[in-house]
Design a protein around this ligand. Structure first.
Ligand SMILES: [Zn+2]
Length: 327
């Protein structure tokens, strides 16, 4: 075998080592140390498995070789490694006096043989190496790019799965509604107090709404149900001069109008606000919605069916509009 044939043969063995690393989910780098045509050290990167930063392929191969030879001096050896050595390994190569290093692919980010530094060929050190680069470089590099390509795909898949596990829309809605409940109750109480001092109930009922109604009658009764005000209404009825039926109808309508108004104000303003603005808004509804909203990703919106209930639907449409998603 001439030198090139030998280099190709042993680099192939280093590649086999690198593949063992890949099988463990390790960055695929393999190293072989040859002494008089005999392999006396072979190792692959084990940084993740060992959770130890010094378990690089070259370092472990050097340790094996030293054990085999019974000396820290690895004279007359050749170190084959699939990737250009890092500063740590280049240091160990110098320390162990390895006379020749053959590597596959360059490492533009950490390589200290040719890429960033020339640690193996610096005459200020008391040892220099003969270096051969580019042996089976394409194959060595391909192993690495396949590995990182798969890693990116897996990460993407994990993100997608996480996205699907975003807060259920019902939870978002109920959380916003519970925020809505507080100011609404305050308004209802005020309004109810006003009834007791007025004979002009009907006109007062329409005071709060000066904008178009955005929810159907069914939506309003749904909102009212959620605000759980039936009991309070029951109390107020006993104090009123109106017939129970008339007052019930009036108050139910007002609750709906106030609820609609609050929601309308919060939701209609939202798309014009940045998330940062929404988060610092004086309107507690916008604040709460923005907080919740931030945790529901685009993917969730894209994946979900358009809600049937118009209250949910309104939240959904506004959020989609803000995200530029057209359903
Ligand atoms: Zn290294």
């Amino acid at each position: 075998m001439d030198v090139l044939e030998k280099d190709l043969h042993f680099m192939q063995l280093a590649i086999e080592e690198a593949k063992k690393a890949a099988a463990l989910g390790e960055v695929p780098i393999g190293a072989i140390i040859v002494y008089k045509n005999e392999v006396i050290g072979s190792a692959h990167n084990l940084r993740e498995t060992s959770q130890n930063a010094v378990t690089h392929a070259e370092l472990m191969a050097i340790q094996q070789a030293c054990n085999k030879i019974g000396s820290w001096r690895l004279e007359e050896t050749i170190l084959y490694v699939t990737l250009e050595p890092c500063p740590m390994c280049a240091g160990a190569i110098l320390q162990s006096r390895v006379p020749r290093v053959v590597y596959g692919a360059r490492d533009s980010k950490a390589g200290c043989v040719d890429s960033l530094y020339h640690l193996l060929n610096d005459s200020r050190f008391n040892h220099e190496c003969e270096v051969t680069e580019g042996i089976l470089a394409a194959e060595c590099g391909q192993l690495l790019s396949d590995f990182f390509g798969n890693l990116r795909k897996e990460k993407k898949a994990t993100r997608a799965t996480t996205g699907r596990k975003a807060i259920p829309f019902t939870k978002l809605k109920s959380a916003v509604e519970s925020f809505l409940c507080e100011p609404l109750q305050g308004r209802i109480e005020l309004r109810a107090a006003a009834y007791r001092h007025s004979h002009d109930e009907r006109s007062r009922v329409s005071l709060t709404l000066d904008t178009e109604q955005i929810f159907s009658a069914a939506d309003l009764s749904y909102i009212n149900e959620h605000f759980n005000l039936a009991e309070q209404l029951e109390k107020e009825l006993k104090l009123e001069r109106l017939s129970a039926e008339e007052l019930a109808e009036a108050q139910l309508k007002e609750q709906g109008i106030i609820a609609s108004w609050h929601l309308y104000r919060a939701l209609a303003q939202y798309p014009n606000l940045s998330i940062a603005d929404a988060l610092t808004s004086e309107n507690p509804l916008i604040r709460s919605y923005a907080l919740l909203d931030r945790r529901v990703g685009k993917r969730k919106l894209k994946d979900m069916n358009v809600p049937q209930h118009s209250l949910e639907k309104r939240f959904y449409e506004i959020r989609c509009g803000a995200e530029g998603i057209h359903s």
